[in-house]
Write a protein that binds this ligand. Structure first.
Ligand SMILES: Nc1nc2c(c(=O)[nH]1)N[C@H]1C(S)=C(S)[C@@H](COP(=O)(O)OP(=O)(O)OC[C@H]3O[C@@H](n4cnc5c(=O)[nH]c(N)nc54)[C@H](O)[C@@H]3O)O[C@H]1N2
Ligand SMILES: Nc1nc2c(c(=O)[nH]1)N[C@H]1C(S)=C(S)[C@@H](COP(=O)(O)OP(=O)(O)OC[C@H]3O[C@@H](n4cnc5c(=O)[nH]c(N)nc54)[C@H](O)[C@@H]3O)O[C@H]1N2
Ligand code: SF4
Ligand SMILES: [Mo]
Length: 722
């Protein structure tokens, strides 16, 4: 199916300034159209975060807009099980009937909503309100649970607030030493490397803890090649050395923190020899790192998904926070703890109520004062707002079960590729009474749906995003959506109307949704009440919290105190616990998963872009040469990876850049090459984050390459059977 999609550009001589559709760096870019109607993208040098730089995904993002596989009409599954084009009326009708009938039969909570961190603030807010007010279900969660939840939980319990970076990215350039724990920004956020490069150019040092020698680790002064799942031991070991050698900031600890004595006692057993045994990082490297951090004037400790996506993810982050507090870094110039948020609106998406346990403004849904405030803004009875619902994986695991979710709306996630233990998730999705998916492409999840709604995307809509620094920015509309496509905001409002809650969903435009969000967030931890579209426009974005119109916003947090009961940061003792699964005779290697530079997430967008597919056409399983030799496997061989949950097939990339006991695969592909057929859904007890980064695996050679299904990501919209 090849066809031309017509776009109506919003006319502007220099192009329209907006932001990239992908990651949390939210690079500023300008879109313009030539006479032939082709869209061109250039980095926006005036936007102070990327300063004109883009990565290959940003450069090629125009291809998403007029892509021949764009959905331009709703699809409804017919009696023979095929998805067929339908009118909006028919599709929305079918949804409302299905939601009503499931709720009548099984109760309100039997309808679930699954959102995403790529949705704008306005959409995230409205989706949460839709679940609570129109569907009256407790069961809404989102893919950020798979992404930011461990760092968020640890940040909140120590600092009283979760803003990924409590300082602008600019500060990175001025840090004398940086420790990156499980982050690979050279591939996952390339333009941020200009700040790391500037840091090293002025004499700063970089230490990277990663089981792989990533492009980021290649730029480091020191690479700590730790065993997967041993982050807490590593970081406790660093703190042990710093305490032993008298390098902690005792004044800071006394004045600004609580709980240090217990932490100190808990790290006494993490002496370097033991930590070397647990982590595989040589004692000399531990000591060198600790002394580097202990002697530098300014130090940053940053975590990524490597440390966070574990069943010990919260503890791992807490160990890093303990280290940062012990060194007196938090709130000091060019210093502190931060996490590099992942998705485009991974930060805002976790603040405005699409999380199971949360109301807008980063309020807790079980906090009576928060409920009262938000009920007031929504004009509903406080008692009608449901309580906390199931977390993302638990929600997916409940699908079709007796007391579980029987009808689901997915907006902004491709769970059929990105959720852990996919074989189980596929079975659960298949057992639903009803599935609706809103997307711009027929993602693997949409292909399973009973109703598919074609959505407008980034450059076709207005809204705000909150980048990794907590800077609220404008996503500006640069062109109209293709005919037949609607924006998610108007779809949510229309569904609410059809469900009888229309009076709570009357907005003249997207800015009015934002204005309501501001009021709902007022007084909450993520207070947006002083942020307006106009102020964002005038200031290249505004940092939250921003509690009133005259407030300048808050680029840097914690200079004077912490929003905790005592005003001090709280330290929590952390013990190294093994991952839920470790290698044994049957599954002798560690499997870890993550990302490639030129593919994004479930690949639903980027696998469809020719330039990106050319750079990265299929996933490669990385294995160390000596391990490959042991199994008689060579570079390029076809292999099968097998875990207790499933198997998947890959070509092998033999590389010295990985530990001998570890295999790595990227998760951007579907079908037989889906890494998540292998991954372990063991959850962190606090954040409910699945253990994407560690499980036990066996590797077998395959005779032929036939088993490898290239998975270009294309589907025929009329033949997909459920
Ligand atoms: N190109 C590209 N960029 C992206 C994305 C994408 O899909 N593609 N996604 C965006 C999103 S949503 C996110 S969340 C970010 C993620 O950004 P990152 O966190 O940088 O990405 P990952 O590759 O998931 O994980 C980082 C590193 O963790 C390492 N690792 C694995 N196991 C362990 C462990 O046990 N301990 C430690 N310390 N490290 C370990 C991996 O080897 C990997 O190099 O990227 C964002 N940017
Ligand atoms: N094995 C393994 N699995 C992982 C991870 C890992 O490291 N390893 N990382 C996890 C992480 S950090 C993340 S963030 C998740 C991400 O995994 P997913 O949630 O699957 O993320 P995306 O691929 O971004 O899916 C977004 C889908 O929504 C659509 N979409 C995007 N924006 C919009 C919008 O505004 N409206 C609508 N209606 N649709 C939209 C896109 O086309 C796409 O199909 O994957 C997780 N899964
Ligand atoms: S770094 Fe992220 S925001 Fe910037 S161009 Fe690449 S994907 Fe887009
Ligand atoms: Mo993420």
């Amino acid at each position: 199916m090849t066809r031309e999609l017509k776009l109506t550009a919003v006319p502007s001589p220099e192009g329209t300034a907006t932001h990239c559709p992908y990651c949390a760096f939210q690079c500023g870019m300008a879109l313009s159209w030539d006479d032939a109607g082709d869209c061109h993208i250039v980095g926006n040098p005036a936007f102070p975060v990327n300063r004109g730089a883009l990565c290959v995904k940003g450069w090629t993002a125009a291809a998403t807009l007029r892509h021949p596989e764009r959905l331009t009409t709703p699809l409804v599954r017919d009696h023979s099980g095929k998805l067929r084009a339908a009118s909006w009326d028919a599709a929305l009708d079918r949804m409302v009937r299905a939601f009503r009938s499931v709720q009548q039969q099984y109760g309100n909570d039997a309808v679930g909503v699954f959102g995403g961190g790529s949705l704008t603030n306005e959409k995230s807010y409205l989706l949460g309100k839709f679940a609570r007010v129109a569907l009256r279900t407790a069961n809404i969660d989102y893919n950020g649970r798979f992404c930011m939840s461990s760092a968020a939980a640890a940040g909140i319990r120590s600092f009283g607030i979760d803003r990924g970076l409590p300082f602008p990215v600019d500060d990175i350039a001025g840090a004398e030493a940086i420790l990156l724990v499980g982050d690979n920004p050279a591939e996952t956020m390339p333009p941020i490397m200009q700040y790391f490069d500037a840091q090293r150019a002025s004499g700063g040092r970089l230490v990277v803890a990663d089981p792989r020698l990533t492009p980021t680790a290649q730029r480091a002064d020191l690479h700590l090649r730790l065993m997967p799942g041993t982050d807490a031991a590593l970081v406790n070991g660093l703190l042990h050395i710093l305490i032993r050698d008298g390098m902690v900031d005792t004044d800071y600890l006394a004045q600004r923190t609580e709980g240090f004595e217990r932490v100190k006692a808990s790290v006494t057993t993490y002496w370097p020899e033991r930590v070397e045994r647990i982590t595989g990082v040589p004692e000399a490297e531990l000591t060198r790192t600790a002394h580097l951090l202990g002697t530098a004037e300014s130090v940053m400790i940053l975590t990524g998904r490597g440390a966070e996506q574990q069943s010990q993810g919260v503890n791992n982050v807490s160990a890093c926070i303990n280290l940062a507090l012990a060194l007196g870094l938090v709130g000091r110039a060019n210093s502190g703890y931060g996490c590099l948020t992942g998705q485009g609106n991974g930060q805002g998406g976790r603040e405005h109520g699409q999380k199971a346990d949360q109301l807008p403004g980063y309020r807790r849904i079980d906090d009576p004062a928060a409920r009262r405030h938000v009920a007031g803004v929504w004009g509903v009875d406080e008692a009608l707002i449901p309580g906390p619902g199931r977390s993302a994986y638990e929600l997916l695991d409940s699908l079709g079960q007796d007391d579980g979710v029987r009808a689901l709306l997915v907006m902004g996630s491709n769970v059929a590729v990105s959720a852990p233990h996919l074989n189980n998730v596929a079975e659960r999705l298949g057992s639903l009474d009803f599935l609706a998916v809103a997307d711009f492409f027929l993602s693997e999840t949409a292909a399973l749906a009973d109703v598919v709604l074609p959505s407008a995307q980034w450059a076709e809509e207005e809204g705000t995003m909150t980048n990794l620094e907590g800077r609220v920015i404008r996503r500006r509309k640069a062109c109209g959506p293709p005919d037949g496509v609607r924006d998610d905001i108007s779809v949510i409002c229309e569904l609410a109307r059809r469900l009888g809650a229309g009076s709570h969903f009357e907005y003249g435009n997207v800015e009015e949704v934002f204005d309501e969000l501001r009021r709902a967030s007022a007084g909450g931890p993520a207070d947006y009440s002083g942020i307006t579209y106009a102020r964002i426009e005038d200031n290249d974005g505004v940092f939250w919290p921003c509690p009133d119109d005259g407030h300048p916003g808050t680029p840097r947090l914690f200079a004077d105190g912490f929003p905790t009961a005592s005003g001090r940061a709280r330290m929590f003792p952390v013990r190294h616990e093994e991952p839920a699964e470790t290698p044994d005779d049957e599954f002798p290697l560690y499997l870890t998963t993550g990302r490639n530079l030129s593919q994004y997430q479930s690949g639903s967008q980027t696998r469809r872009i020719a330039e990106l597919a050319e750079i990265s056409p299929a996933p490669l399983a990385e294995l160390h040469p000596s391990t490959a030799r042991r199994y008689g496997l060579s570079d390029g061989a076809a292999v099968r990876l097998i875990t207790r949950r499933g198997q998947a097939d890959f070509r092998l990339k033999v590389t010295r850049g990985i530990r001998e006991d570890t295999v790595f695969v990227p998760f951007h592909w579907a079908g037989k090459q889906a890494a998540n057929r292998l991954t372990n859904p063991a959850l962190d007890p606090t954040s409910r984050m699945p253990e994407f980064k560690v499980c036990a695996v066996r590797i077998e050679g395959l005779e032929t390459l036939d088993a490898i299904d290239q998975q270009t990501g294309t589907h025929s919209t009329t033949t997909t059977e459920r």
